[in-house]
Design a protein around this ligand. Structure first.
Ligand SMILES: *Cc1c(COP(=O)(O)O)cnc(C)c1O
Length: 421
């Protein structure tokens, strides 16, 4: 459930008409609903109740400082994948002991930064990483808490670009080698092995692949404990999918996910961490755009809008589906006609939807891309020198710009001319 609903024929973000924000801030613009963000975080938190747990928001999905502070104030930890994200989390007031550090390519500088600033754990992805981290920690007179990410070789049955738990993917160590790698880690003086980490992919719409992976984690926990490791923490990753369409299949609810975690892992008396990103932020955001032109082609019509692939990359990168709805609610008998919805960028890939049935729209009309709160703004770029679009946060009947639109001068002045030119 989200808080973007039609009221009196007008799309609202909580209690604010979306058109009012568009008028004040201009388009394109990202709009987030605070109530939806908090609701989704709390659903996860409650789903794991009764178990010692921490919900670490995967901030690669949405890393605006206001979003981070909101979730951190509600008790969330953060899953970071870079030194930049670590710095953002700390700047938003997240204490080091609530930050986990994931990613296959952590650099020495990033390790140092997190050890200095404080860290709950590093999720280690390879043996060379293990060796480097141990050395870095030792040189600082510290011991780095780590989990080791295992690759359970489970088919997440999701888009290939966001599946991470098959043996052919670059992530984690093969589960068959876990015993040897954990022994190696335990022997390194700069590391303290505290648990196991797993993350099998994103936008999963079934529980079964999770259950397969977690069942393997339970078995591995027993085995590693028998081999003398004090496995006391299980990081289960993120990946729960969201409904991108109103009509399509309904992904599992956090409550069902939590029940499954309890069933497969609850008896092990471990601290449970999860790293949801998309489910917390995805349906908590929309992207609002204006129609620039309606263009008739040969046997095909195009709706050219002022948002483009640089603002919302998912459709051109993954062929992802986003519901696109007019801000003025169409009446139920409005005829729909298929149309291609495209942006102004000079690439054919700048297409949001092909032959999408839409009500009649004209130049100047406003539309909203739903489910754009995760992997939206964070993946945007200034390709075609289109300024990064602003972000707005709504709480009840108030809204605030939480990232302003840069001016052309802001963009140009980031470049520097060499003295000789
Ligand atoms: C991307 C990622 C997540 C978040 O995935 P969602 O599908 O957004 O929940 C969590 N953990 C790791 C390690 C990731 O790479």
């Amino acid at each position: 459930m989200d808080h973007f609903l039609y009221r009196d024929g007008q799309l609202h973000a909580e209690d604010v008409p979306v058109s009012e924000i568009a008028r004040a801030v201009g388009t394109p613009v990202y709009i987030y609903s605070e109530a939806t963000l908090l609701r989704h975080f709390r659903l996860f938190d409650e789903a794991l109740s009764g178990m010692d747990h921490l919900v670490c928001f995967a901030m690669k999905s949405n890393s605006n400082q206001a979003v981070l502070k909101l979730l951190a104030d509600a008790g969330a930890g953060m899953d970071v994948v870079s030194g930049g994200e670590y710095a953002r989390a700390r700047a938003a007031g997240v204490p080091g002991e609530r930050i986990v550090f994931s990613g296959v390519g952590k650099t020495e500088a990033e390790m140092r930064q997190a050890l200095e600033g404080g860290i709950r754990q590093f999720n280690i992805e390879s043996e060379p990483e293990m060796a480097l981290l141990s050395g870095v920690a030792e040189s600082m007179g510290k011991v780095a808490p780590v989990t080791i990410r295992i690759n359970p070789d489970v088919d997440a049955r999701t888009h290939e670009k966001i599946a991470t738990g098959k043996s052919e993917n670059k992530f984690g160590i093969p589960i068959s080698r876990a015993s040897a790698v954990f022994a190696e880690a335990a022997a390194l003086p700069g590391l303290e092995v505290v648990g196991i980490d797993v993350h099998i992919g994103s936008q999963l719409v079934e529980l079964e692949p999770f259950e397969q992976a977690y069942t393997k984690v339970a078995e591995l926990t027993r085995q590693l404990r028998a081999e003398g490791h004090d496995i006391r923490r299980l990081d289960l990753g993120g990946g729960l999918g969201i409904p991108y369409t109103r009509s399509n299949e309904v992904p599992p609810l956090p409550q069902d996910y939590g029940d499954m975690v309890r069933r497969t892992l609850g008896h092990l008396d471990c601290e449970i961490e999860i790293e949801p990103g998309r489910l917390i932020a995805g349906n908590a955001g929309i992207l609002v755009s204006s129609v620039i032109y309606l263009k008739s082609g040969e046997g095909r019509d195009f709706l050219i809008v002022d948002a483009a692939m640089n603002d919302l990359l998912r459709p051109s990168m993954y062929g992802a589906y986003h519901d696109i709805v007019p801000l003025i609610e169409p009446s139920s008998d409005t005829p729909l006609a298929p149309i291609d919805i495209v942006g102004p960028v000079c690439e054919s890939g700048d297409t949001f939807a092909k032959q999408r049935p839409m009500p009649p729209l004209a130049s100047g009309d406003l539309v909203a891309f739903r489910s754009a709160g995760a992997y939206g703004a964070v993946m945007s770029s200034e390709y075609n020198t289109r300024p990064l679009i602003p972000e707005v946060l709504v709480r009840g009947d108030q809204f605030a710009v939480i990232r302003p639109r840069p001016t052309y001068d802001d963009i140009i002045n980031r470049d520097k001319l060499p003295e000789w030119l």
